[in-house]
Ligand binder design. Sequence first.
Ligand code: PLP
Length: 372
Amino acid sequence: MRFATQCVHAGQTPDPSTGAVMTPVYFTSTFAQRAPGDHDGYEYARVHNPTRTALEGNLAALEGAAHGVAFASGVAATDAVLKGLSAGDHVVATNDLYGGTYRLFTQVYERFGLTFTFADLTDPANLEAALQANTKLVWLETPTNPLLRILDIARLADIAHAAGADVAVDNTFATPMLQQPLALGADLVVHSATKFIAGHSDVLLGLAVTSDVALRERLLAKRTLQGSIPGPFEAWLALRGLRTLAVRLDRAEQTAAELAPRLAERAELSRVRYPGLPTDPGRGLAAAQMGGFGAMISIEFAGGAAAAERFVESLGLITPATSLGGVETLAERRRRQPSEPLAVPESLVRLSIGIEHVEDLWADIEQALAAL
Ligand SMILES: *Cc1c(COP(=O)(O)O)cnc(C)c1O
């Protein structure tokens, strides 16, 4: 089955008891047993829920993975991966990453005896330099947030594996439609399904997928023990969102590809970051590693932070808000705390392109640029 077909069908079959085409929302905490311990794999909803199982099967198929494990949020999925490590272990992570991931690593896990090195992994030699005898995990995010830099997953995975470390990729920005990290050598893929996967800005949910049975068992055990499960309705919303991922992202990407070169011509902007632009430093690698360039664009203003602020305030149709990956276009001034490893330019605004008509988006951008 091709990707768009898998989006609609993978992990789901009509409900055996009624024939319902949509997977029902199983609002139940427990399941009847024929005799003590005699059941069909569903015993208690912290461990298993059929709506969640359908979602996990769908995303696993899309990522080309054997197993999916759903969590209450993207950071809960990341947290479960980190809980698989032990005090004394070392992690190398890209220095350009989601702020919540950075803070989870440094504010929580450093206190429990893990150590972290944040390195510029756009140059694989920097991974070689950062590895230690106790490095157990390499954490990648590509395209990065919010600088949209591209990391070479296959090269980095080879280097990490030679040193005995597992590789996890946060695939939130690309989605499995544009990038399948397991096929490039990664061991684990983590998603904030809150974003493109669910796609409608109406739910928080996370997923981890892997084809490694031991990793899956570890993730399931962590989830069961810490209770970081999504509710059945959240799982159902994400599953419903996934069914239209291919059409949504296709449209959003076409629009981003149309807007990025128009933005690049504007004198008000000093830089446009979009991996699909011919001048983008990540263009070659993105073209080789990804099936498309995505729907995220970061722009920097010649007039500095004040111009960025004014632009965002002047937008009408485009909503100023954090988050990304919904059907509506959002704009956000992404900033980093001074303690975070790689600074984000003060004048940067990140655009998450939705599925509105391209000319309506452009009209809004043009009038906001004219207001500068
Ligand atoms: C939003 C986001 C997360 C965190 O996900 P939540 O669902 O908000 O917990 C992790 N990584 C990236 C790249 C994100 O954009």
